[in-house]
Design a protein around this ligand. Sequence first.
Ligand code: ADP
Length: 422
Amino acid sequence: MLLGAIADDFTGATDLCSMLVRGGMRTVQLIGVPKAGSPAPDADAVVVALKSRTAPVRQAVDESLAALHWLQAAGARQFFFKYCSTFDSTDEGNIGPVADALVQALGCGFALACPAFPTNNRTVYLGYLFAGGVLLNESGMENHPLTPMKDANLVRVLSRQTDGTVGLVPFATVDQGAGPVRDAMTRLKEQGRRYAIVDAVTNAHLVSIGAAAAHHTLITGGSGIAMGLPANFRAAGLLPEATDPGALPVLDGATAVLAGSCSRATLAQLGFARDHLPVHEMDPLATPDAAALAETALAWAGGKVGEKPVVIAASAPPDKVAALQARLGRDHAGALIEDAVARVAAGLAERGVRKMVVAGGETSGAVAKQLGVTSLRIGDEIDPGVPWTLASGSGPDMMLALKSGNFGGTDFFLKAFRMLRP
Ligand code: ADP
């Protein structure tokens, strides 16, 4: 294992994994901290996905340290702390406290911090984070329900979360390439700074920063900053020129789509699927009971499960979602449907489904948990940010594509299965 990463949420972890596969690293995502002593997967990079972004600080620190210790024991040479490209955090944490704990545990004294991801319109200039071309605190993130970002100056934001000090490597330096960036970070470390916010406006900047950090023990940032890392391992002769790092064996078995996202993109994908595939829509308003909803869906799927995908959806347009939420309350409605979809996933697996697309971030988490999935080997992307994965855990191996609701083109469901045909 060359790179060992700790991600503060599930879909962010997958995003990082896809970036590393694109860079030629065979990558596995683990869900939660593996048991001490459990064997490391055969991969160049391992990303441990936590759910620590908005967890209590102590818990986020403890879980991150547990992940670090496992990755150290598994032999990782460099460590990466992945957070969101919008630096989602509060003055209490969790980016600062987790980074502090990792710096201390690794004894490295210093780490760069760079959430920039220019492809997704996240850029950092003079320490100020821009999202979608405007300052972070004008991007809508200032109203985030859990991590409202009211200050775009990351030097200040991170300073409030750490007892260490935070410096800046400005655009003018970064634009000169890897050497000057390396020198600037060395100077900041010598001055006693614990962190450097590093500006980045283009992918070329990310590549330079990656090269400058080749010998850093710990790197912190969004998935963008991982862009430059595979080349370091290759230059050191540690990473062979991979012909197909996302190659997965294609499993035999039936196919299905499960949708629990009500995002616009997923609703459009379901609309498209209706013209091509058998679709069953759950009716939680008529039957607000997870077991009964799952039973009806599985009875419908019965004889249809096979080579042609069956589609089972709880997804509904905003008025129906609002009606169910008014009746049950928002949390109960969400939990009921996640439970129903998870039961359907288990039922489909029992009926021989081995290739499944799941739409919805929370929905994917619920399905992975129900299926006992602990690890995902990352395959090639179907659409940007959504790879096929080979899932393993307590049940039989399965191919899963876990899609955040708003990701993917209109024909995503058909495209996903087309990709698996020889
Ligand atoms: P996304 O990635 O689009 O945000 P998620 O799966 O994370 O999708 O979230 C969608 C939430 O909406 C889930 O909690 C799901 O259970 C809930 N949900 C799905 N269908 C309905 C519905 N018909 N009425 C109310 N809530 C629903």
